[in-house]
Design a protein around this ligand. Sequence first.
Ligand SMILES: Cc1cc2nc3c(=O)[nH]c(=O)nc-3n(C[C@H](O)[C@H](O)[C@H](O)COP(=O)(O)O)c2cc1C
Length: 478
Amino acid sequence: MTVHVKNNIFWVGQRDWEVRDFHGTEYNTTKGSSYNSYLIKEEKTVLIDTVDHKFSREFVRNLQTETDLRSLDYIIINHAEEDHAGALTELMALIPDTPVYCTANAIDSINGHHHHPEWHFNVVKTGDTLDIGNGKQLVFVETPMLHWPDSMMTYLTGDGVLFSNDAFGQHYCDEHLFNDEVDQTELFEQCLRYFANILAPFSRLVAPKVTELLGFNLPVNMIATSHGVIWRDNPAQIIEQYLQWSADFQEDRITLFYDTMSNNTRMMADAIAQGIHEADPRVTVKIYNVARHDKNEILTSLFRSKGILVGSSTMNNVMMPKIAAMLEEITGLRFRNKKASAFGSYGWNGGAVDRIQTRLTDAGFETALSLKIKWRPDDTLLETCREHGRKLAHLWALSPLPSRESAPLDSALTPQQTEENSTCMQCSVCQWIYNPRLGEPVQGIAPGTPWDQVPETFLCPECGLGKAVFDELCVEAL
Ligand SMILES: Cc1cc2nc3c(=O)[nH]c(=O)nc-3n(C[C@H](O)[C@H](O)[C@H](O)COP(=O)(O)O)c2cc1C
């Protein structure tokens, strides 16, 4: 089936009500998902993205009901991951000469998945346009590392539609296609979950990219994402929301998660939470047992928190494995500006709490006051846990929360920031800007370190690609 989107734009995607895992076990899609592909029928016929590879056959059959495949003039691939470009092999088998438009980085990832270097690739970069007739053009904007090096967005002039690919999307399946038609609570829950679990590591790239988009002065009347709903009612709301989430977002919330063999660490968690609540009833406190709760809900709660507590008993000298796995995920998600602390029960030599505390520090959290209790806490030790919670609540309340005001769209890049940025290094892959004068130390490099003294092993902290890709924009301020 197809759905009319606007004027000559049609949705030719695929709903997936039953999918429950994404990226392997990385993301639990509790509300299913959809793979949004779009057909534009102007003087030229254009396909934007495809669908997940597992729906390749249905996709091609469906597309054939909407158009003669030989009439397709251009295929735009905004991102080569297999949930968007997965049906390319099946489609291109029928129309192998159709030109494919994508970023330079996408050549690598499309070939890496489909192994057809003979396809007619046309590399586009930010600002390039493609005339599709009737006075309309496609404008391309590279969005590297949002969330792969190959990602880009495509804007359709005249209709004012931004085909944003993964950005602004959600893993959310509904028979309705537009944002104003669905349950708003469910929708924003899924938007937040998507941002916290997928885009959080790239937060610092969001505001500069939004600024760049706004710099084109192109009206965005609609944002057609590649997962979930299309934003046709007030699309600026999700852009504003992204600016807010990408600015070291936190609420007045503390999240505890733990694993336990015989409930001793759970008793500690309950008592610590009671102490936090007693000390500051305004703080939202959430507790999760990692063995019983949805992992991505826990990670979303951590994203929303100003402080986190991680608990594990000691098992064979180390922490419980699900806690180790969570710490690995948290490290990758690179949450910023959050406090953290470890706790747990032990029997003889302990070890887990110290290991957790070290992992939290290494992951960039400001750690404080860990707590170990031997065996099962009695009433006195439970009071020790409560006192611990009260202390943490006071300690963490000392740091004021960042403003929760959303940044106005037109001031995302202020003149002052422009001035500062002119003295920075910028990664040419993900465009992350590192300001050695003002920035925090990264990978042990102190602010002010001359660029030629940055070791060869230095990796871009945002995208993980190498030093060689950094451009030095200006050095005199050093
Ligand atoms: C299989 C197993 C291995 C354990 N290994 C250790 C250990 O290496 N060091 C230690 O101090 N305690 C060890 N303990 C004791 C637990 O840490 C202790 O019983 C703790 O109170 C359990 O807390 P929990 O109920 O939160 O899991 C072990 C317990 C079990 C069941």
